[in-house]
Design a protein around this ligand. Sequence first.
Ligand SMILES: Cc1cc2nc3c(=O)[nH]c(=O)nc-3n(C[C@H](O)[C@H](O)[C@H](O)COP(=O)(O)O)c2cc1C
Length: 191
Amino acid sequence: MADQISILGIAGSLRKDSYNKSAVRAAQQLCPDGAKIEIYDLAGLPLFNQDEEKNPTPKVTDFKQKIRAAHDILISTAEYNYGMPGVLKNAIDCASRPYGDSAWNGKPIAIMSAAMGTAGGLRAQYQLRQCFVFLNLEAVVQPEVAIAAAHQRFDDKGNLTDETSKKMIAQLLQNLIYKVRLMRQPVKAAA
Ligand SMILES: Cc1cc2nc3c(=O)[nH]c(=O)nc-3n(C[C@H](O)[C@H](O)[C@H](O)COP(=O)(O)O)c2cc1C
């Protein structure tokens, strides 16, 4: 479909049974008509080394292409020690370089999190949002989807069972898509 909105879904965790991978899969199922989420696995991205930034590995090139090809981005981050996991910060850095060739520039992005603690990963979300300032990412921040006590919100197959979280993810996706459509409107010249 020509007008289909494409969203790149990224989980900030490499863990096989990651709740955040499950949350991105739940978002895929909750995605409204007219939009589609493609899931991207961060496994295989090298540790960022500025000495090598002009010789990216095929995985880094592929990652940047996928970001550029998508209309917008959805990240579900884990929380490690009150911050975002290194694997996610590394991915953000990889796709932001070399200077002047960031794949993130101007993209609308929605974030959510799942964590076993009571804050549901919100502290990791705030850290992420701080990066967006320099990266010029258009953050969609409402509703704040933070799946707390994540071990109680998914079944043993990784399906999200919490209805409130489902509703909030669906609303976040609506808001993200609204933002993309708004940004694609032609700008009218002042009368
Ligand atoms: C190194 C490390 C640090 C953690 N720090 C936090 C934390 O700050 N807050 C929290 O709610 N959970 C914390 N946890 C528990 C995670 O919420 C839990 O491991 C969760 O399953 C990680 O997300 P994932 O399932 O997507 O991999 C931590 C786990 C690890 C391995």
